[in-house]
Design a protein around this ligand. Sequence first.
Ligand code: SF4
Length: 317
Amino acid sequence: MYGMKQDWELEPRPRHFVLEDYVGGQPRWCTGCGDHAVLGAVQRLMRDEQLTPEDTVVVSGIGCSSRFPHYMKTYGFHGLHGRALPVACGIRSRRPDLNIFVATGDGDCTAIGAGHWIHAIRYNMKMTVMLLDNHIYGLTKMQSSPTSPQGNRSNTHPLGAFLSPINPLSVTLGVTNASFVAQTVDWNPPHLYATLQAAHKHDGLAFIRILQRCPHYMPQVFAALQQDTSHAVLLTHANGIPLDDDVARMFKVKEEHDPSDILRARYQAERRDGIVLGLLYHNDNAERYHEYSAAGLGMSAADKIDVVQETMDRFLV
Ligand code: SF4
């Protein structure tokens, strides 16, 4: 009518996502908790990469940081304690098209979920795994976790933790088929963002240990590192985490580190003279289990029955 188009004649415009398209519920984390910074960085990454919310899933286990999926407007799976990684691997097995982010804590991943952690690293299915490591169980109110510093007083160790902490970086780097291992902190937004971005682009399981502040139960644990960057060693390399010069200048100690060198990566993970930040290890050629487990996707029901029949026929006597 009068040259006007009807609704059904209009070309649908390509969708453009803004930050609010990824923002879910109101976070219930304490004021000053480092989880807020990680949440904001992930939402910004999704906006910048224009990830389709309904093609994205955030998986978690149990703990403060595992409330992550509730605060995202994507699909989410708030799983059982320690079981974020097997759930995420299951999703990747059958839905290779989805963007998968995993939020897990030091209690969730390195204690009850330790077995799953090892095997998920070996399976190397494409996903971004964020270990939010605050060195304590926060949700259940201050018990020692495997990463609690030796001597740290908690409700389970009122006289101080007896043992040296587990090192999530060296454990991960010790697993066959590890393909991306990085470390960052929640209080340096550019480094956190750049690390998440590199992890998201990696074709395999990207493991990021994020040193995360818990001002409620561990107010001092990262104080020295926050106040004086000479406690950190920034790893630099053309194939590492790209960082603007003005951000890199904030770090007093820098070291060139080739992320393809696994032996050197293990040294970096273990060194005692500073906390390394950056990409420790990267290998794009590691095998990816989802390339096997996704076999048969897209087959019709009739084709699947044919394959089963054919297989059964092989056992005919
Ligand atoms: Fe964050 Fe600690 Fe509060 Fe948990 S207890 S929300 S980790 S500050």
